[in-house]
Design a protein around this ligand. Structure first.
Ligand code: GDG
Length: 488
């Protein structure tokens, strides 16, 4: 039964103990809520946007579900509270732990290493110590919340040591882990000085989920080559005490979005009118090209801008007949590589606008800001060509969101072959973003394509996303976890 709830002055609703009663525990770097401070100084929690939260909410409703995560602010953790039908239990991180575990090991070591070393990963022993300490804290909280035989679903690269730590504390629970980003090939992963600790941490799970089969295969190869373990099909044999063997499964579960919710939003008259207004504000261009990304070096924004600049310089495109809108949501602003990327992007945008813009009609509208979901939907609906050109991306939800918003079957998606999404959205205009001439040709192709053909492609992609939405993803993962091979 759900614990009693009482009001908490911090704005959330605090639940009383007992702990150890939750049948489903989600463990993720961040809580699914953001802290909002009102003008009068009072604090409340607001649900963060995003498909994971939506998916988990429906999976957890009717279940006794808890979510363990960091609040996003350094310092002591706020008291546990209930929100949106979930019990939320914050894990506190000190300023130093944010630096070592989060900004350091997670974002400066693992993130670039797992994204094909687009920038060089940095290996610092102190960072790994912080990572281990914080992973242990998450594991301890999860262990204290899970009911006997509960299911614990751990998320992402920031928490790879949690599965083994949790298994040690609570051998009775079913443990799943899902990786939202790519898993690198053995040649790259082998660089990691703590590679064995990471793999052993992951092998504490019963089921390891990856975005693509290729990621799961990379992990299995790492188990064979670096740890000498035996793999069979999509499973690894993990030797235990007294010659026992525990079987861990690694498979692909491509993440998706809340397709019906977003499609509905994009059909609202207010959103449709806003999309028309956006085009008018931009001077009714013949071609509106759009990019929407976190400002991250994995997203291929520089390559995209280079291709666009060349299309302007060779006269293929000329403002105000064509315009590019690039939304670059602020991200990881304390990490050096991100500061440098921002500078490079802004220099390029400034140069393109200086060379090709007109009074009141820039060639590129660059927006280093976040927008409400409705505004994003209106932008998707307004864009003739969506440019999703990451150098490497686990999945890329923006691609799925764009096609989902196009109930009118208009628009065209240019999509990098290095995204997980390309495996499902193979009717997109697929490109290699490293090949600038090829990227330019793909953009030209998408623009020149026959409208009937474009609609056919859009219809096929929309069908795929509608069928395999985030709910299906979560259900499939949890279903597979329940049926993971029994431990001998
Ligand atoms: C990681 C993996 C994987 C962006 N700007 C705004 C905004 N967004 C939303 C998008 C989309 C989400 O943020 C970004 O998701 P992505 O999948 O594109 O990328 P990552 O943040 O890198 O996510 C990735 C994902 O995890 C899930 O597993 O697909 O590969 O790297 O939903 O729409 N949303 C709003 N305003 C913005 O300004 N409202």
């Amino acid at each position: 039964m759900r614990p009693a709830v009482q009001t908490d002055p911090s704005g959330g609703r605090r639940s009383a103990p007992p702990e150890g009663t939750y049948e489903l525990v989600v463990v993720a770097n961040r809580l699914p809520v953001d802290r909002v401070t009102e003008d009068d100084g009072s604090v409340r929690w607001q649900q963060s946007p995003g498909g994971l939260v939506t998916a988990m909410q429906s999976v957890m409703s009717g279940e006794d579900g808890a979510w363990v995560g960091w609040s996003g602010d350094p310092g002591p953790a706020p008291e546990p509270f209930d929100e949106g039908g979930m019990h939320l239990h914050a894990v506190g991180l000190s300023e130093q732990e944010v630096e070592d575990h989060y900004e350091g090991f997670s974002n400066e070591t693992l993130w670039p290493l797992y994204h094909d070393v687009i920038v060089p990963p940095r290996f610092r022993r102190r960072w790994f110590d912080g990572y281990r300490t914080v992973n242990r804290r998450f594991a301890e909280v999860a262990a204290s919340l899970a009911a006997p035989g509960a299911t614990v679903w751990v998320h992402d690269y920031q928490l790879q040591l949690v599965p083994a730590m949790l298994r040690q504390l609570r051998p009775d629970v079913q443990i799943g882990w899902f990786n939202h980003i790519p898993f690198p090939g053995v040649e790259l992963f082998a660089q990691l000085p703590w590679r064995r600790a990471v793999v052993e941490g992951l092998l504490g799970a019963d089921l390891l989920g990856f975005q693509r089969k290729a990621d799961a295969d990379n992990f299995l190869r790492v188990c064979r080559r670096l740890l000498g373990l035996r793999t069979r099909g999509g499973t690894v044999d993990v030797p235990g005490p007294d010659e026992s063997v525990r079987v861990v499964r690694a498979s692909a579960f491509p993440i998706s979005i809340d397709a019906s919710g977003l499609a509905e939003l994009s059909r609202e008259p207010e959103v449709i009118e806003r999309s028309r207004q956006i085009r008018r504000d931009l001077g009714d261009p013949e071609w509106l090209l759009l990019g929407v990304d976190r400002l991250d070096y994995t997203k291929g924004i520089r390559h995209r801008l280079k291709a666009y600049e060349e299309l302007l310089s060779d006269g293929t495109l000329s403002p105000p007949q064509a315009v590019l809108v690039q939304v670059a949501t602020p991200s990881r602003e304390r990490v050096t590589a991100y500061v440098q990327l921002r500078e490079q992007v802004e220099v390029t945008v400034g140069r393109a606008n200086g060379d090709y813009g007109h009074l009141g009609r820039p060639a590129i509208h660059y927006l280093h800001q976040s927008y409400p979901r409705k505004e994003m939907a209106a932008m998707f609906l307004a864009a003739d060509v969506m440019l999703v050109t990451p150098l490497r991306d686990g999945m890329n939800l923006v691609a799925k969101e764009y096609v989902t918003c196009r109930s009118d079957e208009g628009g065209a998606l240019v999509l990098s072959e290095f995204t997980g999404a390309a495996g499902e959205l193979d009717r997109a205009y697929i490109c290699n973003p490293h090949d600038i001439d090829g990227l330019k040709a793909t953009i030209r192709h998408a623009m020149a394509a026959d409208p009937t053909e474009k609609r056919r492609r859009m219809r096929a992609m929309r069908r795929r996303v509608a069928e395999y939405d985030v709910q299906r993803w979560a259900d499939d993962f949890l279903q597979a976890l329940q049926t993971a091979p029994e431990r001998p």
